[in-house]
Design a protein. Sequence first.
Length: 341
Amino acid sequence: MFNDVQLMTSAQARDRVQLLLEIARMYYEDHMLQSQIAAKVGYSRPSISRMLKEAEDQGLVSVTIRDPLERLQGLEAELIHRFNLHYARVSEPPQGCTGYDVVPRSAASLLVEHTRPDSLVTVSNGNAVAYTVREVPPQNWAKTNVAQMIGSLSPTNPMTDSPEICRMLAQRLGGSYTTLPVPMILSSKSVAKAMLKEKQIADTLTLGGHADVAVVGVGSVEEGRSGHIFHDYEDADLIRQVTSLKAVGHICGHHIDAQGNHIRTSLCERTISIDFDRLRRIPLVIGVAWGHQKVPGILACLRAGLISALATDRETAEGILSLDDEQTTDKGQKRRGAESG
């Protein structure tokens, strides 16, 4: 038996298709109820239901169901495999939201899930770490200790500082804390050298270096500038150094190049922070970072093994993998060109 469309003339068939498309658009694109569509076009609600089914049968409508978690888990698996990570958490901010709304919560979950109640935890500074700490659910871990791994920021810096982050996390975990009563960057090399000999400072840095878990942010470098953390210490000379040495980011006060190698600037011998190589030996270093401007720095940290777990958002994760693919391809082409030459 022929269906109604087959019995129609060409003109009638075109009109029918236009009607089906109109109804389908109102339902799927404008999100109108079938009863609202029926009132608007003059058909009964059951007729609208049948026409929506007809539009699907005629191939005018294709309904695809996608699980966003499947995509995010795929990104997590790829990050873990490619960079030999212990864990990865990739979040999808709801429409109109940013990474601040979802990534810190994922990082806080990582911290609680993979930290023992008697662990030594160390933290850096910055907004991403502070937001993560605020998302940590209250625990009753009286044997935990939270140690500061980097000196304090300038009093004029608006970012949440390391001592406050230490106290907040210790309060959330129910444990104790050990702060580092010294600025992140001192006035001279000699002053920094003297400070590092002070027992409280040396002991705190040693404590942080022997932590079980670290929570750190990753800073970006754009046109030689290194963001809020270094704002009060940047001058034209430092910007030239950072640019000429091809820094792409910084972690725990240390500038790094695209492969995650430590770049020594004029600030290095004035900086009070955990030793760069010691960071790599902490069993679990949770990096919390997102945003397109941070992609090169995060990728550098991943390549160098400076972080062993990553909490980020979907866009940043895709950017990291894309940049890694691009740079790996460029490197291979240059190598083949040199060999053929």
